[in-house]
Design a protein around this ligand. Structure first.
Ligand SMILES: [Zn+2]
Length: 193
């Protein structure tokens, strides 16, 4: 149980627009939902803190192509695309971390201008188990920030999916997180903790 002492689960940006059928779909993103549901149950039943981050953009957000950004419009707050997938089984207790809420600022990391660091400190969290979307964008930046902030980080490798604009992007991102100090763990290994 020691690895789970002072641990928390962080689900990054598992939202409709990043799932198949969404505005910025990550291939096979929906396949991680059963694994994330299992993680939610696992952490919830042990009364460990759970955080779900979400992109929560205003309508004319700077990351959208029409505004000169890199992405199609996605995760506009209040729309279906910004919601968590219906198949996601939300626990009784969790906190939502909304990010990139200002028109002129984008944020890939769940730590950027969200207060997440302080929330984790308040709850005396030392170790973060990270899953969600996308491996090579927001998961990566979130994990690197968490390490910089001094947290121990486990990336749940069967509960993340990447955009893979280039086919190797996810692999490279996982290597980058690993070199920065993150541990890679499969959900099945968590069961034995
Ligand atoms: Zn976004």
């Amino acid at each position: 149980m020691s690895e789970l002492e002072r641990a928390a689960l962080l689900v990054v940006d598992l939202q409709n627009d990043f799932c198949p059928g969404g505005a910025l779909a990550v291939t096979d993103a929906d396949r991680i939902i059963p694994v994330v549901n299992w993680l939610l149950k696992f952490f919830g039943s042990r009364d460990l803190p759970i955080f779900l981050s979400r992109d929560w953009h205003p309508e004319k957000h700077c990351s959208f192509r029409e505004q000169g950004g890199s992405w199609p419009p996605h995760c506009v707050r209040g729309t279906r695309g910004a919601k968590f997938p219906e198949l996601l089984e939300l626990p009784d207790k969790f906190e939502i971390i909304s990010k990139a809420v200002e028109q002129e600022k984008d944020a890939y990391s769940a730590f950027q201008d969200t207060g997440l660091r302080d929330l984790l400190k308040e709850k005396d969290v030392q170790t973060l188990y990270v899953c969600g979307l996308a491996t090579d964008v927001c998961v990566k930046d979130t994990v690197l920030d968490a390490l910089r902030e001094g947290f121990s980080v486990y990336v749940v490798t069967d509960a993340v999916k990447g955009v893979n604009l280039s086919p190797d992007d996810s692999r490279i991102a996982l290597e980058e997180m690993s070199s920065a100090g993150a541990e890679m763990v499969a959900s099945s290994d968590i069961l034995s903790l």
